[in-house]
Design a protein around this ligand. Sequence first.
Ligand code: 13P
Length: 271
Amino acid sequence: MLEDAHLNKYAVGSFNVYNFETIKGVLESADELKKPVIVAFGEKYLDNMDPETVYAVVNSLSKNIDTPVALHLDHCKSFDHIIQAVRAGFTSVMFDGSSLDFKENLKRTGEITSIAHAVGVTVEAELGALTLGEYSNEDDGRQIYTDPDQAEEFVSETKVDALAVSIGTVHGMYKGEPKIDIDVLKAISSKIETPLVLHGGSGTPEATIRECISNGICKINVNTEISMYTVNKVKEALKSDTNYHLSKISLMEVKYIKEVVEKYMDMFYGA
Ligand code: 13P
């Protein structure tokens, strides 16, 4: 999926899911727009769903969809959770060693990659770290831009299939104007062929997204805005009518989730 995106200069959308409504919304958007999609489930949401259930729901809802669907484990720090996701049928996993020092991140990513590759599962890793914007559900981090020389050594040693880079996007909504360092991205792209991933898609302006895609980004992650937009819309609806049946709220959620996912899909894949 990412190789095709790399070659044809677009980015595959990776959208976070944690319940039936988010999975349905993401898959219906991909089906309607006829675009490949990555359904991303983060370790953070293990209290909401377990990997086997995520796999079963994604598998069932994607049966009649023609477009390619990948099931990805997003941000995972635990070796055990990675193995559980692989066992459940996830097609790719992200080992997030961004809080470790460079050598330890490299060592642990390399170990996980060799295990995942043995069973045909691809691996994303992260080098550098993203800071936290507003309304995010991710862990707090200190902004550390990815070092292009370290990126070159890291991918050559670990053999990862995709690398998440830190170039100024944040997890959550931006507090002010986003300050994206395209020169860092260009320097990384000039050194490695590995598909690059942009985390913190929520609220990133379209022009920035396009610039990132033309400089090597092949996968873009979106989480916060889907949740924030949908919660606000449901809140508004409940203000005018407090007698909603839960089944109607579920349908409403899917509708609003799709509005955000489709907005980003239009930006990522081009017109
Ligand atoms: P946002 O919540 O900022 O969209 O970031 C999502 C993300 O990077 C998930 O891995």
